[in-house]
Design a protein. Structure first.
Lengths: 363, 350
């Protein structure tokens, strides 16, 4: 082997290493495997058709559109969850229950307490703003427990997790209001004339806002500083408690947005089922994005890709007639494979192995 | 210096100050439980005074006691396990299918339950302790897997019609002297189910293990401070592994007790049991940060949750949401108390 080819090889491998070391690598690799799998198993997965839906609009239809549609909710929650994880080093397990509360508040304001309202009692935007305020308050409640009472996030949010769905039922007096106004359904389904589902646009707006916030404010710096070392960030003049509460409040806003999408999609609510186990998927999205669940540095893009990968997996499994109740078992296998691959000790073992192989080849 | 002073004066305040975190939280829990029970007797009438109504709480919560004991062990280690509810459902379903469809015998069904629990414990323990993966994610996957497998094993819920099983299910351990006369004037002995006896034996056994064995003390050491535990020569990884293994095994036993109590298999069994178990451990004075906790407290934590459920039901607030809200309020109260205790300790030290 000439010197030249050895150098070339090293150069190649360093580029490869850089790609592998990138945080987006694992979710993208998972996405790639899923795409290949679908291509081999059933290429119609990638078919997109323009069809008339029940409301008489021309809309795009197909598994990929479903992923875009349902994955958006998860991506919005993943944004908030990434911030909470980075700042507090723990996860909020109450988002599913909080989405139920948010949806319930929107329906309560819009229906004015009637089960089958003839007209909207208030504009959707007013209902949404009320819901944002309520969701922010619940977020602040979680945040205060975490930041001022120093309770572990998972345990602090266990309170709202236990009570959330009960509170949601209580807000509407256990009624299930049904909204028949077609314009209310725009936010969760389609706006007439636009063939792409609205949740996707809402997700884009959320991503743009958070990207601008991360780019032009100190949000990223402060959040990471608090997550990496709380005491030293305090010594540097930050207020860790405030930043933690703020991350929970931002998650509250995300929850409110998802609540609007959810109730708009079904035009009604089911307190025990709405957004069930979505907290687990949101946490999974953050973990899949390679973010340390113990806080510190974070990569927002990787989390969002992670959210879509999870939805991709769910949609793929549904295509293979997997029952919705059996879905978690497959998800669990994927989680275990992912965490084992990305575990530090396994990584070390791997890199040791590849080094040995490289040496043999060179020799 | 300060120790000498307290020993001499020995006032009540100093005694409280000298209690360890574990004992202080335990005391608070026990006092709160008795206050609650006395309050229930005073305001809700005679119903709560009957010994049987107390034993009924035990009967319905026996499985949760065992699950919560397992969680207490891993939480003392500074870890967490949220798969126990799923394992309970899986155990019930597997045993139900085995007994009903295949006409199996009871001993083997018990072995199945223990095997499932042990398998979960070993696998999760290995990933958490030796591969250093976050316990939350590992056991989340465990929960997903158990719940999914339950549906794959059998979709529809059904009651078990196995004769030997139903005999065991109806077996009641009578407690002499605590019975009461029922409405038609017949004296009925108070009773508990077999599950309660097993659960209480487990509580006693674990209490002894935690207090007097090397393993138990190393649980506290690892949870309190990993680094110093390592320096003391404790095998941190093995200790964590054993804690998860025991938790898995207890989930298997708890699952069987649950199965014995309800006598059916269903994918929706024990939904949220892991959160109830965590809540009970916290109310019982176990801290999620590790190193602090007590099995007896856990027992009282479970009983407190059961009692509050009964109070809400008998107060006529039978809308489902009241149970959720009152439980959450109680959890909130105890979390705040714990956090205040920690602050007090830090202040008195500094």
């Amino acid at each position: 082997m000439t010197m030249n080819s050895v150098a070339k090889k090293q150069n190649n491998s360093s580029i490869l290493m850089r790609i592998v070391k990138n945080q987006c690598f694992i979710p993208l690799a998972a996405l790639f495997i899923l795409i290949i799998f679908n291509l081999v198993a059933d290429p119609t997965f990638f078919q997109i058709l323009l069809e008339k839906n029940s409301a008489g609009n021309n809309v795009l239809n197909g598994p990929l559109i479903t992923i875009l549609d349902n994955g958006s909710e998860l991506a919005i929650l993943a944004i908030g969850m990434t911030l909470v994880t980075a700042a507090s080093g723990g996860q909020d397990i109450s988002v599913g229950a909080a989405v139920a509360i948010a949806g319930s508040v929107i329906l309560r304001v819009i229906s004015g307490g009637e089960t089958y309202p003839e007209t909207l009692h208030s504009p959707v935007i007013v209902a949404f703003l009320v819901c944002v305020v309520v969701a922010m308050l619940f977020g602040a409640f979680n945040g205060i427990l975490v930041a001022f009472f120093k309770i572990q996030p998972m345990i602090a949010t266990l309170i709202l997790y236990t009570a959330g769905r009960s509170i949601a039922a209580w807000i509407n007096n256990n009624e299930l209001p049904v909204i028949n106004e077609p314009s209310f359904a725009y936010y969760g389904t389609y706006i007439p004339g636009i063939p792409i589902p609205t949740p996707f646009f809402i997700m884009v707006i959320c991503v743009v806002i958070i990207a601008l916030l991360l780019k032009f404010t100190n949000l990223r710096l402060y959040t990471e500083a608090v997550g990496i070392n709380e005491s030293s960030s305090r010594l540097n003049g930050l207020n860790p408690a405030f930043i933690k509460v703020m991350s929970f409040v931002i998650l509250g806003v995300c929850v409110a947005v998802v609540g609007l999408i959810k109730v708009s999609r079904f035009s009604t609510i089911n307190y025990s089922v709405i957004a069930k186990d979505i907290e687990m998927d949101a946490i999974l999205a953050v973990a899949l994005g390679g973010n340390a669940l113990s806080g510190g540095k974070f990569n927002m893009v990787a989390s969002i890709i992670g959210a879509y990968v999870i939805q991709f997996l769910i949609t793929t499994l549904y295509r293979f007639n997997v029952q919705s109740d059996a879905l978690p078992a497959y998800k669990a296998v994927v989680i275990i494979i992912l965490v084992v691959i990305s575990a530090p000790s396994v990584k070390e073992w791997f890199s040791g192995l590849t080094k040995k192989l490289m040496k043999k080849e060179v020799a | 210096m300060s120790q000498n002073k307290t020993a001499v004066s020995g006032s009540f305040r100093d005694k409280v100050r000298n209690l360890s975190d574990t004992n202080l939280l335990l005391t608070i829990t026990i006092v709160a439980f008795f206050l609650m029970y006395i309050g229930a007797v005073l305001f809700q009438g005679e119903g709560f005074l009957k010994p049987q109504s107390f034993f009924n709480i035990l009967n319905s919560q026996a499985a949760l006691i065992v699950l919560a004991c397992g969680l207490t062990l891993v939480m003392i280690n500074g870890s967490i396990d949220i798969s126990v509810g799923g394992v309970t459902a899986l155990v019930s379903m597997c045993c139900a299918v085995y007994l009903d469809f295949h006409g199996g015998n009871l001993v083997v069904s018990l072995l199945i339950a223990l095997g499932i629990g042990l398998a979960f414990g070993i696998f999760q323990g290995f990933l958490v302790a030796y591969l250093d993966i976050q316990p939350f994610i590992v056991t989340l996957a465990g929960m997903f897997f158990a719940r999914g497998m339950t549906t794959i094993v059998n979709t529809k819920p059904f009651n078990v019609a196995h004769e030997g099983f139903n005999e065991l299910k109806m077996t009641r351990v009578k407690i002499p002297g605590l019975g009461s006369t029922n409405r038609i004037g017949v004296y009925v002995d108070a009773y508990v189910e077999i599950g309660v006896v097993v659960a209480l034996l487990i509580v006693i056994a674990l209490f002894c293990v935690l207090r007097w064995t090397k393993l138990g003390r190393s649980f506290y050491a690892v949870g309190g401070n990993k680094q110093s535990a390592l320096m003391l020569g404790i095998n941190v990884k093995r200790t964590k592994f054993i804690a998860h293994l025991m938790c898995g095994l207890l989930a298997g036993i708890g699952g069987y007790i649950y199965f014995l109590h309800v006598g059916s298999g269903s994918a929706t069994h024990a939904v949220g049991a892991e959160m109830d178990a965590i809540a009970s451990s916290i109310i019982g004075g176990t801290m999620l940060t590790g190193g602090v906790g007590n099995i007896v407290g856990t027992l009282f934590g479970v009983m407190s949750l059961g009692t509050i459920q009964n109070i809400v039901a008998s107060a006529g607030l039978d809308e489902a949401w009241w149970i959720g809200i009152t439980r959450a309020a109680m959890l909130c109260l105890f979390l705040v108390i714990q956090s205040l205790v920690v602050v007090r300790k830090k202040k008195s030290k500094g």
